[in-house]
Design a protein around this ligand. Structure first.
Ligand SMILES: NC(=O)c1ccc[n+]([C@@H]2O[C@H](COP(=O)([O-])OP(=O)(O)OC[C@H]3O[C@@H](n4cnc5c(N)ncnc54)[C@H](OP(=O)(O)O)[C@@H]3O)[C@@H](O)[C@H]2O)c1
Length: 375
């Protein structure tokens, strides 16, 4: 019997905030793999807000998705057939596998082997993956927080935001989150140890600015910006002299079909008079330093110094609902969809190596430089 591959097709470019009409379910025959290719069974798909940027017909830092193609997504998969010498059957890999049950890739470097001794597979989609590395590098390289400074995080309950908040707290900073609702504000203070958390939904820019002032009585030294738009405009008057802004995301303007429609107060006067540094961040620029960061993040997870919440749904049919649940801010943690179980018995990655990597007596940079191949 011909095996099939069920997935989610991108069928409509949204003019505003995308809704379920941009997707259609599809079921296609799974073709035999050719020389140099490998077939993976997809295990977990990550529902990321950045995927909205790929739906737009304008330049982005990532490829846009073409109409009619399977919708892009990152995830974890296990190799079940390989005609590529650099890829072994059983390997568990992280990469762009798209919203489908099976993926066929040609290039070994299009996905990375992961080691379950370092962290469980699902953690590679949050703290021990692009999410954690984004929080880590954007905070350290652009935010450069100092002990006692106030770090404000928009979308502070998001996977990236909550990690940035926890890392800043560990560094001795005062941490403040901006989230959608009062209920979520209570939750993020409890779960991610923020000192303060405030809500933005239903508030004018001036109201939100006043709330930020109350929550940050010493002003804002580092603004970790996941939203851009009105929320970031509300932060402007609360910035301290020499504040740093890491522009990490555009959740607050992702409903606009064209980013030229994002208009508001210009920030030049504040940046100039307060000597504020504002810099865009793209994780792709940190590829060569990624391994060291992931090992450090895995160590923090194992030691309980950072944590993350996960909202897991099951099966390919749940993917559209999971995606919009995440975009509506209704997910209770990192939104993932599980499509299959990992077959531990055929994974060739030595678990001891992963455990060794996070053992405290090994300097992570030294190890990261010497270890080649997967993480
Ligand atoms: N630059 C990079 O290299 C890079 C890499 C990875 C991620 N990112 C960015 O990091 C940010 C967080 O990503 P994530 O994966 O951590 O997200 P996530 O865990 O999936 O969280 C999404 C959150 O976004 C908030 N949100 C949704 N729509 C919003 C809107 N219209 N306005 C404001 N907030 C909204 C919701 O929180 P509330 O309910 O509190 O609003 C929701 O919980 C995103 O902007 C993403 O693009 C950037």
């Amino acid at each position: 019997m011909q095996q099939t591959n069920k997935g989610v097709r991108f069928v409509k470019r949204p003019l505003e905030k995308p809704d379920v009409s941009v997707f259609a379910m599809q079921e296609r025959a799974l073709n035999p793999i050719g020389q140099g290719q490998y077939l993976m069974r997809n295990i977990y798909l990550s529902m990321d807000p950045a995927l909205v940027g790929r739906m737009r017909d304008e330049d982005n830092y990532a490829d846009k998705v073409n109409l009619g193609d399977t919708m892009h997504a990152y995830g974890i998969a296990q190799v079940i057939q390989s005609k590529n010498q650099a890829v072994k059957v059983g390997e568990i890999r992280l990469g762009r596998i798209d919203m489908q049950e099976y993926s066929i890739l040609s290039d070994a470097s299009a996905s990375t082997v992961i080691n379950l001794g370092l962290a469980d597979a699902n953690w590679y989609l949050s703290a021990v993956g692009i999410t954690g590395a984004t929080a880590y590098f954007a905070l350290n390289e652009i935010g450069k927080p100092q002990v006692g400074e106030t770090v404000l995080v928009s979308s502070g309950g998001s996977s990236v935001g909550s990690l940035a908040g926890q890392i800043a707290k560990q560094m001795g900073c005062i941490t403040v989150a901006i989230v959608s609702t009062d209920e979520k504000a209570k939750q993020v203070k409890q779960d991610f140890a923020y000192d303060q958390a405030i809500s933005y939904r239903g508030k004018s820019i001036d109201q939100l600015s006043a709330d930020i002032q109350k929550a940050c009585p010493q002003g804002v030294d580092v603004y970790f910006d996941n939203t851009s738009g009105d929320i970031s405009e509300a932060v402007l008057d609360q910035l301290n002299q020499n504040a740093r802004i890491a522009v990490v995301g555009r959740l607050g303007i992702s409903h606009l079909a064209n980013s030229h429609d994002d208009i508001g107060r210009r920030d030049h006067n504040i940046l100039l008079t307060k000597r504020v540094k504002k810099q865009g961040f793209v994780i792709l620029d940190y590829q060569d330093r990624m391994k060291g960061a992931l090992i450090r993040l895995a160590r923090w997870v194992k030691e309980g110094q950072i944590t993350g919440l996960e909202d897991r749904m099951q099966g390919i049919d749940a993917v559209p609902d999971a995606f919009f649940k995440m975009l509506d801010g209704k997910s209770t943690g990192k939104q993932i969809v599980q499509l299959a179980e990992i077959n531990d018995m055929i994974d060739p990655a030595p678990r001891w190596l992963g455990r060794l990597m996070i053992a405290k007596y090994f300097p992570t940079r030294w190890l990261a430089r010497r270890l080649t191949g997967g993480i």
